[in-house]
Each structure stands twice: as structure tokens, then as C-alpha cells.
Unconditional design. Structure first.
Length: 142
């Protein structure tokens, strides 16, 4: 499923008895979406991070940049690794071969718990979203 908020998850499970396997939701350092992640995990499903680098919005972040420099990695690699450390599924989008290759080079380093916490602390709540809120989004245009 995609963009299910906690109340959506609770409703589908209570009404159908079906527990989805994956919930694809917007998650990145500026919008950690913890309530939806917790509801997904509470229902024994896995989070797939939609827009894992905030459509490029986190790539110039100072905190991420410092962590990237410490590991000799790019900001994108550190952000994607942050998702992996937290247990998120990621499918970073790129049409450029060099970026695709970079995106695969995530498994030769780890972040410390303090680094994961520092990136998580970048959360801006609702104002950090890059996409529409699934609860208030107008799905049917006028």
C-alpha cells in the first residue's frame, strides 16, 4: 500500500483483517514520519521510504555533509545508509549510471548510533514534507 497514515492502517486491518506487507510513505531526514512508521511496524509491516533523499533537499545539509565527510561518502550515500540503519526499504531513483553505482555502495560502512540520531534530529515535522499530506490531499480534481 502507499501513503497509509496510522488511522488508515488501523482501519484497513480492523475492517478486513488483512495486514499489508509494505507501507510506502514519505520518509527522509527532514520528515521522519515517525507516527506512520510506528503504526506500520506495530502492524508487522515494513516501511518503504518514498523520496528517501527529499527529492535532493537534504543533500546540502551541514549535519549530513559532516557525517559524509567523516566516512568518505556522499551526502546521498549517508542518507540512504541512515534509512537502512533504521530498517527502511529504499528505491532511490536515478537515470544516471554514476549515481546508480553510488547508490549501491552503501554496504561497506555503517553509521554510529549518534550519527543516526543526529540525522533523525533534522526532522521538521509536517513542514518537512516534500509531497502532499495523504490525509488532506485532494485526490479528485474539481
Amino acid at each position: 500500500m502507499s501513503n497509509f497514515e496510522p488511522e488508515h492502517l488501523d482501519l484497513i486491518v480492523s475492517e478486513t483483517g488483512v495486514v499489508p506487507v509494505v507501507n510506502q510513505i514519505e520518509v527522509h531526514p527532514y520528515f521522519t514520519n515517525e507516527a506512520a512508521r510506528a503504526a506500520t511496524h506495530r502492524n508487522n509491516a515494513v516501511v518503504e521510504a518514498w523520496s528517501p533523499i527529499a527529492q535532493g533537499g537534504v543533500l546540502d545539509d551541514d549535519t549530513i555533509g559532516k557525517i559524509a565527510a567523516a566516512h568518505g561518502k556522499s551526502a546521498s550515500q549517508v542518507t540512504l545508509r541512515w534509512h537502512i540503519e533504521r530498517g527502511d526499504i529504499i528505491f532511490p531513483k536515478s537515470t544516471h549510471r554514476e549515481r546508480m553505482e553510488e547508490n549501491f555502495a552503501l554496504f561497506d560502512f555503517s553509521l554510529t548510533p549518534d550519527e543516526v540520531a543526529a540525522i533523525s534530529a533534522l526532522d521538521q515535522g509536517e513542514s518537512g514534507r516534500t509531497g502532499p499530506n495523504p490525509t488532506t490531499f485532494d485526490y479528485i480534481p474539481d
